[in-house]
Design a protein around this ligand. Sequence first.
Ligand SMILES: Cc1ncc(COP(=O)(O)O)c(C=O)c1O
Ligand SMILES: N[C@@H](CCOP(=O)(O)O)C(=O)O
Length: 469
Amino acid sequence: MRYVSTRGVAPALSFSEVVLAGLARDGGLYVPERWPTLDAATIASFAGKSYADVAFRVIAPFVDGDIADADLKRMIDGAYGSAFRHPAVTPLVQIAPNHFLLELFHGPTLAFKDVAMQLLARLMDHVLGERGERATIVGATSGDTGGAAIEAFRGRDNTDIFILFPHGRVSDVQRRQMTTVADGNVHAVALEGTFDDCQAIVKALFNHHAFRDRVRLSGVNSINWGRIVAQVVYYFVAAVALGAPARTIDFVVPTGNFGDIFAGYVAKRMGLPIGRLVVATNVNDILVRTLETGRYEVTGVVPTISPSMDIQVSSNFERLLFEASGRDGAAVRGMMDRLAQSGSFALPEADLASIRAEFAAGRADEATTAATIARVLGEAGYLLDPHTATGVAVAEAAGIGDTPVVTLATAHPAKFPDAVAAASGVRPPLPAWLGDLMEREERQTIQENAAATIERFVLDTARAAQSEA
Ligand SMILES: Cc1ncc(COP(=O)(O)O)c(C=O)c1O
Ligand SMILES: N[C@@H](CCOP(=O)(O)O)C(=O)O
């Protein structure tokens, strides 16, 4: 299996190369050259299997022997072992007739990012170790990717990790999950800007090839295919538990960078009978507007009680544009150039029609999200986090009929105690094993919103870390 760039210019790479590369050298995102499929009998055979067993069957066709099966299996078993505090890894919980939550927050940092990050760290470490190389990871976070990445990469010999987060725009728990880790290879950077600024800097660093090569730059955001492929697994696990492939299942996905829902799209392309894939956003609703109007148009980011979804430039939408355009790299390049120049672009009619055939979308404003948290607590006795609440609100607005609907529960409510308490009157405590988080010492650096400044900081800090070692 080779991987091609959505912008059609960068060379095709193998799975291992793609996992280390992060962003393609032409600025595009890597996708597999074709979608592997699983037949109905294979999907049916997942019933009753462990999460790790299903993960191996789903991920192996994408690796295609580039990593030995035994090594891949060992890494998958390691990723989905004791780090997850639920035997099912991603259990389903029913909150209403035909409405289920897929709890993705049983990992070490209480967010869905752990599911992919625990595997990605093992994959990167393995590939770097085999090559005798070190990498410098620079990632952007609106709150959850950063903590999950730091937790997964802390103390690893082959990587330095720098995480940029928007100063003052993440929850206290999210910030502390990044700033209280003492390992020398971990660097939490509070950027004076938004998540979109953080993400733009990460992409600028990848597109500065001299810097990229000098530090052996790598990425852990969902621009990295290794993140997406790991997230495909739980769509299979959930759908099979609810009767797939004999039954069609709908999924509603709280969405920001479009990585999680793109993983659902991949599962569908692989043969999983998914009906509706519904994008749920907060008031930062660029994706909803795009589906409504056919125009992708960046406006200012508004801070919300679901801060991890306060995103305008939704990276993985580019992967969908590539598919919708019939894999026309030049067309995607044109749209991305217009976005960079003017902050917007119009989708061709045919591309929009093909996206509308696969996806629906809805937004939940702040009042609706808060009211949903309170109502679901009252009706189902279940405390939602604000991101999951946007999904539940959109699922309910879209209507729940005979087809089971799974809303992805992307974070534990204890990550956002202030917002949850304000909405419901209940302040969710951190689990006992994270109980001292608010007392731990913090270590972070505040940096201005400029790519050159971050490059300098990375060069100086990685060098200092190396000379101390
Ligand atoms: C809790 C939570 N929910 C939803 C999202 C949106 O996921 P995605 O960016 O993959 O669309 C994020 C961050 O991305 C998140 O941290
Ligand atoms: N919501 C994310 C934003 C980054 O998304 P990613 O999936 O591309 O890493 C976060 O919490 O950081």
